[in-house]
Write a protein that binds this ligand. Sequence first.
Ligand SMILES: Cc1cc2nc3c(=O)[nH]c(=O)nc-3n(C[C@H](O)[C@H](O)[C@H](O)COP(=O)(O)OP(=O)(O)OC[C@H]3O[C@@H](n4cnc5c(N)ncnc54)[C@H](O)[C@@H]3O)c2cc1C
Length: 407
Amino acid sequence: MTADSTVTEPIAAAATATTFADIAIVGGGLAGSLAASVLARAGHRVALVDKRAVYPDEFRVEKIGGQQLEMLRRLGFIRSLASVACSYDRVLNVREGKVVDVSVGQAYGLPYAGLVAMARGQMPDPSSLIVDEVTAVTCSDDVQHLELASGRRLNARLVVLATGMAGALGYKLGIRRRVLAASHSVSFGFTIARRDGTPFDFKALTCYGERTADGVDYLSLFPVPAGMRANLFMFRDPTDPVMRDLRRDTEATVLRLLPGLQPYLGDFRVTDRVRNWVMDLSVVEGHLQPGIVLIGDAFQTNCPAAGTGVARLLVDVERLCTEYAPRWLATEGMGIEKISEFYSDRDKIAADQQSLKMARFRQALTSRDDISWDVRRRLHFLRRSITHRVDQMRPGWLAHVRSALRA
Ligand SMILES: Cc1cc2nc3c(=O)[nH]c(=O)nc-3n(C[C@H](O)[C@H](O)[C@H](O)COP(=O)(O)OP(=O)(O)OC[C@H]3O[C@@H](n4cnc5c(N)ncnc54)[C@H](O)[C@@H]3O)c2cc1C
C-alpha cells in the first residue's frame, strides 16, 4: 500500500476478487456517508461498503439545526442539504396551551434516507460505494482485511466502522456494548395534515409534556417535503398500553397526552404509517484496536429527545477525517498509538459526554416528580417565558445585556 494518500487512483474494478483502498468505511448511514465524502473529496482512496444501495425509509433524525449546521457548513454539505430539505427558521414553543417562547434560527426538515442520500451524493466517484455486507474484519498494525458476503475481499490501511447500532461485526472483534440505560426513551414519528386540507398556522411547533406521569418530553412538528412531520419523544415503559394507543389511535392519544395542543392543530389526521423506536443508551468497550476506528452510533448511542446524535457524529467525522486519518495515512503503520489519538480527542470526548448528560437531563426534566425536579421544571419554563416576554417588549435588549455581561 502506498503511504502517499494524496495520489488518487480508482478503486480496483468491482469484478476483481480483492479491492484495495486507503480507507474502508463499513456502514453508509449518515456517519459513514459523510466520512466517505469528506475523505474522498480530500483525495483519499475510499471504499464505502453498505448492505443497501439506497438507505431504507427508516425512522432516525429528521431535522437538522443549530450547531449541526455550522459543522455541516465547515464540512461542505450545507448547500446540498438546503437543496433537498424544507427550510424553517422559527419554532413556536408551547406548554399547557400557552406560548413558552419562540426559537429563532435556521433549521431543515427531511427524511433520514434523504439526508443519507445527500451525503452519499457528495462522493466524487459513485463507484466508491460497494453494495455488500461486511462479514468479517481482521485488523493489524499494517493492512486490514475485510470479507464481504459476496465472497469479495477488501484490503485497506484503515477501517472505519460506522455500522450504527448493528453490533455483529464489532462483536466478532471482541468489541462489546455496555448498556448504560435499557429502554431509555421511546420515539414516535408520523406525518400529519389538516382534514380540510388547509395549512397549519405555524411553520414549526414544539409542545412540551404537561404531566410527569405521562412521560412526554415533547412533540416536535416541523416541515418535511411530504408535509408536517411529528416527532414525539417520551420517557416511559415501552410495554405501557399507551404505546399501542399511540400506534393505533394516534390523533386521539396525542391530544389526550397533550390537550393544550388542540387549538394549534385543529382537526388533523395522520397521513402515513406511525413508526416508533425504543432506544437503549449504550457505549462500546474493547474498541481500542489497531487499524480500526468506530464512529457515530457504532461507538455510542444517543437519546433522540436530546437531539445530540448528529452533533456527536459530526464531531467524529470532522476530527477523524480532517485531522487524524490524513495524518495517520501519511506515515507507515496503523497501530493503536495512532488510533488512540482519535478516542482521546478533547472535542470528541466532550461531545460524547454532553450527549449522555443531555439524555439524563431530558429524562429527569420530563419524568422526575420529586420536589427538587418539580421546582427545576417550573423554573426552567418560567425563565424561558419571562425571557420571551422581555424580548417581545424590548427586542434585542436581553441579548445586549448578555453580551455586556460576557465582555
Ligand atoms: C427514532 C430516532 C430519532 C432520532 N432523532 C434524532 C434527532 O432529532 N436529532 C439527532 O441529533 N439525532 C437523532 N437520532 C440519532 C441519529 O439518527 C443517529 O445518531 C444517526 O442516524 C446515526 O447514524 P450512523 O451513521 O452512526 O448509523 P446508521 O444510520 O444506523 O447507519 C449504519 C449503516 O451501517 C450499515 N451496516 C451495518 N452493518 C453492516 C455490515 N456488516 N456491512 C455493511 N453495512 C452495514 C447499515 O446498513 C446502515 O446503513 C435519532 C435516532 C432515532 C433512532
